[in-house]
Design a protein around this ligand. Structure first.
Ligand SMILES: [Zn+2]
Ligand SMILES: [Zn+2]
Length: 220
């Protein structure tokens, strides 16, 4: 709740905190869901669970050890098979970026100012996404965490670290991948498909955060 205390408020309306389109996009159904679950929280071992979520996991959710420096992964976030999101539109993506653009971004984040010849996929995470990328440039090579590469180059243009292929033709790199976002925790597309099949929010939460319980807080 203190993320924006310097600015005088608690949460902002973007993906930084929680996307909110304003009162005009609220619906009776979503408002009912909010009121029906008022004061409910997700817990693990009597403490609040880290209920991180993302847009689309591409088929399996991610262990945060490949994403953030959390030290130990909470047992309920080690990653689960999703399979619900894989037929939705946002699962597969393609992006073409200029070598010059990538080089410019990597010069800021990793001090690479040489021509990038090739980008190789190195290793898979537990979700089947990319662990590391090997950047082969004119003066050598460098290994980079795939998620950090995405953030350094452009997190909007490159939708996830779930690279399927990276090819270079002329001065351009062609990326193909799966999933949208960091892939840790609840998959929004998967949760939507589960809900449309009639699964309850309790079942959806139990699927994406196994071992957690729903608790109650008294809002003062
Ligand atoms: Zn924020
Ligand atoms: Zn999913």
């Amino acid at each position: 709740m203190n993320k924006h205390s310097i600015q005088g408020f608690d949460v902002c309306s973007t993906t930084h905190c929680q996307v909110y389109g304003g009162a005009s996009v609220e619906t009776d159904l979503s408002n009912k869901a909010i009121l029906d679950t008022k004061c409910e929280v997700l817990t693990y071992n009597e403490t609040l669970a880290q209920t991180v979520f993302h847009a689309n996991c591409g088929g399996h959710t991610e262990d945060p050890k490949y994403i953030w420096n959390w030290g130990k992964t909470p047992p309920y976030l080690k990653g689960v098979k999703c399979g619900f999101c894989t037929k939705t539109q946002s699962t597969n993506w393609k992006k073409t970026l200029d070598e010059v653009f990538i080089k410019k971004k990597l010069s800021v984040s990793n001090n690479i100012s040489e021509k990038i010849k090739k980008i190789k996929i190195k290793g898979r995470t537990s979700s089947g996404s990319t662990k590391e990328l090997e950047i082969i440039h004119s003066k050598g090579k460098l290994k980079l965490n795939a998620y950090r590469f995405r953030l350094a180059v452009d997190a909007c243009e490159i939708k996830s670290h779930g690279f399927c292929s990276i090819k270079k033709h002329g001065g351009k790199f062609h990326f193909k991948g799966k999933g949208w976002g960091h892939k840790v925790g609840l998959c929004q597309c998967g949760a939507k498909v589960m809900a449309e099949k009639g699964e309850s929010y309790k079942k959806i939460l139990a699927h994406f955060y196994p071992g957690t319980k729903i608790g109650n807080i008294i809002y003062k």
